[in-house]
Design a protein around this ligand. Structure first.
Ligand SMILES: Nc1ncnc2c1ncn2[C@@H]1O[C@H](COP(=O)(O)OP(=O)(O)O)[C@@H](O)[C@H]1O
Ligand SMILES: [Mg+2]
Length: 212
């Protein structure tokens, strides 16, 4: 039995400005999810690094030189991640799902979670479980969850990929509005070129390389 190595990303070099809204496009298998995972600290690259520049911190902090524990802390406090399939915990209510990253950081934040659910249009769904919510509503819960620890950077991997186009547009609009208001840096993967034109900049990934 042999082990083959697949080279996914090839010499990707990318700088994203504070509060910038960047869309990543590209065909299936181009490496978009892999790039987002690496940027978010979810998957260590075989070579290369991610430098994070936070307010009040001098110089870029090398994400992958940090100790595992500190890396996890940066991930939880400084980044938020929205997945295509929402990834909510099924036994927790909307409010509890949103509170979870705050609880992992040692707090509760029920008031902030309630405010965020209000902001994404779910004031009347606080105590519903994921199975009792539509896809669009579940993704709105996931957006609120990504914001609970007030991170600097938000990542969203095809956040509307599972939704019909009207619902998807509404969800994307909410995500862009919130990121804009709160001056978050936002990196979004989408196949939808109409949605991709709503940000500050677009990049296309093809076969592991940035092509424009
Ligand atoms: N865990 C893995 N092990 C091996 N190959 C992988 C793994 N994850 C992704 N790949 C491969 O890496 C390439 C890029 O995948 P991915 O980043 O998911 O692309 P995209 O999100 O653009 O569809 C694909 O060829 C995929 O098969
Ligand atoms: Mg993907």
């Amino acid at each position: 039995m042999g082990v083959s190595t697949v080279e996914v990303l090839k010499g990707v070099n990318l700088e994203v400005g504070r509060s910038e809204i960047l869309f990543l496009r590209g065909a299936s298998g181009a490496g978009k999810t892999t790039l987002l995972y690496i940027l978010a600290g979810l998957e260590r690259p075989d070579s290369g690094d991610v430098l994070l520049d936070f307010p009040g911190q001098a110089g870029g902090q090398s994400l992958y030189s940090l100790k595992k524990r500190h890396q996890a802390q940066v991930r939880n406090l400084q980044t938020g991640y929205v997945f295509q399939h929402y990834c909510l915990l099924p036994d927790l209510t909307a409010l509890e799902n949103v509170c979870l990253p705050a609880m992992m950081a040692g707090g509760g934040q029920r008031d902030r979670a309630t405010d965020l659910l209000h902001r994404v249009g779910l004031s009347d769904r606080l105590h519903h479980r994921p199975a009792e919510l539509s896809g669009g509503e579940q993704q709105r819960v996931a957006i609120a969850r990504s914001l609970i620890n007030d991170p600097e950077i938000l990542f969203a991997d095809e956040p509307t990929g599972n939704l019909d186009s009207m619902t998807g547009s509404g969800v994307m609009e909410t995500l862009l509005e919130i990121a804009g208001e709160a001056k978050k840096t936002l990196i979004v993967v989408t196949h939808d070129s109409k949605l991709a034109s709503l940000g500050d900049r677009q990049l296309e990934l093809a076969d592991g390389r940035i092509v424009d």
